[in-house]
Every structure is written in structure tokens, then in C-alpha cells.
Design a protein around this ligand. Structure first.
Ligand code: PRP
Ligand code: ADE
Length: 228
């Protein structure tokens, strides 16, 4: 949900945050109204308000992991993690992490991308908050949730789990993680969210908390192409 609809209605910090985000039309391609948070980072008050709102929301929730999505989740995630007493775990684009990784692919407007995290960085059962700057289609956050969350079990009996792979091989396991961490993903937190995410405030069953809507251009709309 939007912060304004959840206890922060009329809070001047929300307007300050929104005002500090710069809109760059037609970046990185024609029709995209790019929401540039680098100007928010230049505004010490607005940056602090952003972190403070998230910290107030999550400090009593017993969250032990803040997972930040590359690249801009690396900016907002660490100060939140430090303030709420959680560890910070980077979810990186492919081939950036030096250790053993687990991966999750996701679909972009054109082609696919992938998020990776180090094996062992998060344990099954830990409570995780996922942080990014912006949610557009939700594809990136959904991949992060799949990576960290609990596995999808195809069929369970009392003592085992049966998995069918894509070519119908059958595997029977006592415990299955399917390269999923098995953590409890408590919420996804984003600074900016599309208006159309209103009314659909969960991704893969995980609640989504957003501070501000995207800023409009001078003509009062999001541009022809909207968002990437
Ligand atoms: O909701 P979605 O449609 O998945 O889009 C949101 C994602 O897009 C942006 O990252 P981008 O993919 O541009 O990567 P970058 O931050 O590494 O440039 C943004 O920071 C989110 O991570
Ligand atoms: N319009 C936008 N501005 C900034 N980052 C984005 N990621 C996806 N769409 C975006």
C-alpha cells in the first residue's frame, strides 16, 4: 500500500520525498519517464525522511535480513538494515558475486535478467525485508521473493515432496529447497510505485509498501511509453 493510505496521510515528509525525485523524460529510451532518485540523495532531509519512514515501519517487526536489489536497493537498504538491527544482503545481477550463488531469472520488457545471492547469506526461517527504489511491473521484486522465499511444492505426502521437472523427471525429497532460501519474506519496500499497483498490493502473496507515486512530467502525464 501507499504510505499515505496507511497512517501517513498528509505527512509533509511524503511531499518532500516526491518533490526531491527528478523526472527525466525519454531516458533510457523514448517514452520512458525516468524517476531519478539521485536528486533525492542530494537532499539530506528528503533522504533522511525516506529512511526514517521505513525504519519506523520495520523496527519492531523482528526482521533479521534486509535484502537490497541491485543497484538502487543498495542505496536505501543498508541504512535501514543498520537502524533496525538487521544484516544487509545484496541481491546482485549475474556474475558479480564471487562466492557460490543461487539465481532467479525474471522477464523484462525485452529479454530476461537474473538476480543472484550468496549461498548461506540468509537461513531458512529468517524474516526478510526486500528493498528497492522503484516497482514498475513487479518482475524484479517477484524474482527476489522467489529467490528468498519458500519453495513451491508440486505435491506433498506426509514424509516426502515430489517434484516434476520440465521434462517430467520425478524427484522425491524429504526436504526440498529448489534453490530457494525458505525465508519468511515479510514485505517489499519501495520508494516509488506505479499508480496501477494500487489495489494489487501483494507480489507472490508478499505485501508491498510504497512511499510515493511516480512524478509526472510538466504536461501532467507519465509520457507515452510510461515505464520500462
Ligand atoms: O518492477 P520492474 O518492472 O521489475 O522494474 C523495477 C526495477 O527496474 C529498475 O532497475 P533496473 O532493472 O533498471 O536495473 P538497475 O537499477 O541495475 O539499472 C529499478 O531500480 C527496479 O529494480
Ligand atoms: N520509469 C522508471 N524510472 C526509474 N527506474 C525505473 N525502472 C523501471 N521503470 C523505471
Amino acid at each position: 500500500m501507499f504510505a499515505e493510505e496507511n497512517g501517513l496521510h498528509g505527512d509533509p515528509r511524503i511531499k518532500a520525498i516526491s518533490d526531491a525525485i527528478r523526472v527525466v523524460p525519454h531516458f533510457p529510451k523514448p517514452g520512458i519517464m525516468f524517476q531519478d532518485i539521485t536528486t533525492l540523495l542530494l537532499d539530506q532531509k528528503a533522504f533522511k525522511y525516506t529512511v526514517d519512514i521505513f525504519v519506523d515501519r520495520y523496527k519492531e517487526k523482528k526482521i533479521s535480513v534486509v535484502a537490497g536489489v541491485e543497484a538502487r536497493g543498495f542505496i536505501f537498504g543498508p541504512p535501514i538494515a543498520l537502524a533496525i538491527g538487521a544484516k544487509f544482503v545484496p541481491l546482485r545481477k549475474p556474475r558479480k558475486l564471487p562466492g557460490e550463488v543461487i539465481s532467479e531469472a525474471y522477464v523484462l520488457e525485452y529479454g530476461t535478467d537474473c538476480l543472484e545471492m550468496h549461498v548461506g547469506a540468509v537461513q531458512a526461517g529468517e524474516s526478510v525485508l526486500i528493498v528497492d527504489d522503484l516497482v514498475a511491473t513487479g518482475g524484479t521484486l517477484s524474482a527476489a521473493i522467489r529467490l528468498l522465499g519458500k519453495e513451491l511444492e508440486v505435491h506433498c505426502s506426509s514424509s516426502s515432496t515430489i517434484i516434476l521437472d520440465q521434462i517430467n523427471n520425478i524427484y522425491i525429497f524429504e526436504h526440498v529447497f529448489l534453490e530457494r532460501v525458505g525465508a519468511d519474506v515479510v514485505e517489499c519496500a519501495c520508494v516509488i510505485g506505479l499508480p496501477q499497483v494500487k489495489g494489487n498490493w501483494t507480489l507472490n502473496g508478499v505485501p508491498l509498501y510504497v512511499l510515493v507515486e511516480p512524478r509526472l512530467n510538466d504536461l501532467g502525464h507519465f509520457g507515452d511509453g510510461g515505464f520500462v
